[in-house]
Design a protein around this ligand. Structure first.
Ligand code: FES
Ligand code: FES
Length: 162
């Protein structure tokens, strides 16, 4: 049994011995983190652990005990005064859609979470800083120009909200 914070709420999960976090997440129905290389190379399995991007394919689930885990499912805030399961998009997700930075979407959860980790600590990143923050996530579809545009646009959106 592990106890941790999952997407802002306390969670307790029974885990299997030597289970890998990516497998636990998907077994628990959180399928936003994708499976790609399983070798720490592609970043499609990215989640934030204590605010930092990690490859969930490389971490034993037991290591998240007592820590804060954010998955893409926790990025979209529930609609206010809405009892349905519908959710609003986070400004970063809006920016990715508006910039055309999403095609197949396989890399997008990792891109959005890596962007969130960056903008949480650096609200006005330079282009080299954006490239550095996203270098662990590979996109097979878009090229990276639109993704960088999206991160810059997300920064502007979030700064307007402050
Ligand atoms: S599946 Fe984890 S880095 Fe590729
Ligand atoms: S949008 Fe397809 S891999 Fe990035």
């Amino acid at each position: 049994m592990i106890k941790f914070q999952l997407n802002g709420s306390p969670a307790e999960w029974e885990i299997k011995p030597n289970e890998i976090l990516l497998d636990t997440l998907r077994r628990m129905g959180l399928k936003g983190a994708k499976e790609g290389c399983r070798q720490g190379e592609c970043g499609v399995c990215t989640v934030l652990l204590d605010g930092k991007p990690i490859n969930s394919c490389l971490l034993y689930t037991a290591r998240i005990d007592g820590r804060k885990l954010l998955t893409i499912e926790g990025v979209t805030p529930p609609k206010k005064k809405d009892l349905s399961c519908e959710k609003e998009l986070h400004p970063i997700q809006e920016a990715f859609l508006e910039a055309g930075a999403v095609q197949c979407g396989y890399c997008t959860p990792g891109m959005v979470l890596s962007t969130k980790a960056l903008l949480d600590k650096n609200p006005n990143p330079s282009e080299p800083e954006i490239k550095k923050a996203l270098e662990g996530v590979l996109c097979r579809c878009t090229g990276y120009v639109k993704i960088i545009d999206a991160v810059q646009s997300a920064a502007k959106k979030l700064n307007r909200k402050i």
